[in-house]
Design a protein around this ligand. Structure first.
Ligand code: NDP
Ligand code: KPL
Length: 348
């Protein structure tokens, strides 16, 4: 292990997801967390973080090992894991640009110690630009990503995080653009296992995905339909389930996403099982018609913050276009959200 008995882990984006999983990793007793905080830097440094989590318990004034203001400040050492938990907004800043100081350090590092990047973010193809950038770096690296099935929010200007109900994290590794070489896949598997076991030792409900791309498409089925319709209507989940016409729209969007998913992924038993047509029925039956849940995209709009339209909807559309799959319903959803998004980006 690096640094004697601790693994150094850097969390970039210390909001709801970043802080929740940082705390879980800290609870494992085996890591040192460097938290890159933006708007909540002063609060975190001076007062620490309050946590009210059904999964990880209630804690006050928790301080990570280090709180820093920028990625540049964080890049004074080697990290075993760099966890990205900022909103994925490539139209504002790409992931490689945001991580530039860490990547530059890796490029010039005489040590060949591996680094694993972990994307705890929604969307499709969010790993592409990072994988491309890492393919130019002569140090072993791994890219993992995670689908978070959890309802967590940063409140009190990021001084506190609240997490209700169940928490489930599905983590898996991505293939580099040219495929795996030498021992790279072994390294990815080991890195995935280590992260899963750290989170499990803190009672996190984590699963290693046999194919992370299949898991991400399964997740985006929900985000591309429920998150977008709730956002465009500014209504909670129960409201968009209440009318026959909006239920039909949810189903139609999910059917389009499934067609793109199946066209984009290589054939496998897992793909057929996880992304079969009847999954739409399962999702619709599983949602509570009385749910007052507001998806994170709607929460961003509520606060006037840019939304992950490109990562969630744009990602599906780009894959659809590449495979010649028509997506008329989702095209309309994208066009409407793009109008709102461009105003949010201009006024931020
Ligand atoms: N919250 C949830 O329940 C779920 C979230 N997700 C996904 O998880 C990801 C993270 O979402 P979530 O935690 O909710 O988002 P939050 O908005 O709560 O947190 C994002 C954090 O990233 C920080 N940040 C953004 N850009 C930068 C930057 N350039 N440098 C440093 N910090 C930065 C923000 O700082 P600042 O305060 O200054 O803006 C904020 O603290 C998203 O992809 C989301 O879709 C997935 C499932 C559930
Ligand atoms: C599916 C869900 C609600 C997380 O569980 C989500 O991804 C979101 O709110 O953006």
């Amino acid at each position: 292990m690096a640094s004697g008995q601790f693994l150094d882990v850097c969390i970039v984006g210390f909001g709801a997801i970043g802080a929740l999983y940082a705390f879980a990793l800290h609870k494992s007793g085996q890591v040192r967390i460097t938290a890159v905080c933006r708007s909540n830097y002063d609060a975190l440094r001076d007062e620490g973080l309050d946590i009210d989590s059904d999964r990880f318990g209630t804690h006050s004034a928790w301080k990570p090992y280090r709180v820093v203001r920028t990625v540049e400040e964080a890049a004074d050492r080697h990290y075993s894991y760099v966890i990205c938990a900022f909103k994925c907004l490539p139209e504002i800043v790409t992931t490689p640009a945001l991580l530039c100081p860490v990547l530059s350090r890796l490029k010039t590092s005489p040590s060949k110690e591996p680094t694993t990047f972990v994307l705890l973010q929604n969307g499709i193809g969010i790993e592409d630009d990072l994988l491309a950038e890492l393919s130019n770096i002569d140090v072993p690296t791994v890219v993992l990503s995670g689908c978070c099935w959890v309802d967590t929010t940063a409140v009190d200007s990021g001084r506190k995080i609240v997490q209700h109900g169940n928490e489930r994290l599905v983590l898996g590794y991505h293939q580099p653009p040219g495929g795996f070489k030498d021992m790279a896949e072994e390294l990815s598997k080991r890195s995935l296992e280590t992260l899963c076991s750290l989170l499990r030792s803190a009672e996190g409900n984590v699963e290693a995905a046999p194919d992370v791309d299949v898991a991400r498409w399964r997740k985006v089925l929900w985000n591309a339909s429920f998150s977008t319709l709730c956002t465009l209507t500014r209504c909670h989940v129960g409201d968009v389930l209440a009318l026959e016409t909006s239920r039909l729209a949810l189903r139609d969007i999910m059917a389009e996403v499934l067609t793109v998913a199946r066209a984009s992924l290589p054939p496998s038993e897992l793909r057929e099982q996880v992304l079969a047509d009847h999954v739409v029925d399962q999702i619709m039956e599983h949602e509570n018609p009385r749910s007052v849940f507001r998806p994170s995209m709607l929460v961003d709009l509520d606060h006037g913050r840019p939304m992950e339209v490109e990562a969630i909807v744009g990602g599906v559309l780009r894959r659809g276009k590449a495979k010649g799959v028509a997506t008329p319903k989702l095209d309309l959803v994208y066009a409407a959200l793009a109008v709102v998004q461009s105003k949010l980006v201009k006024t931020r």
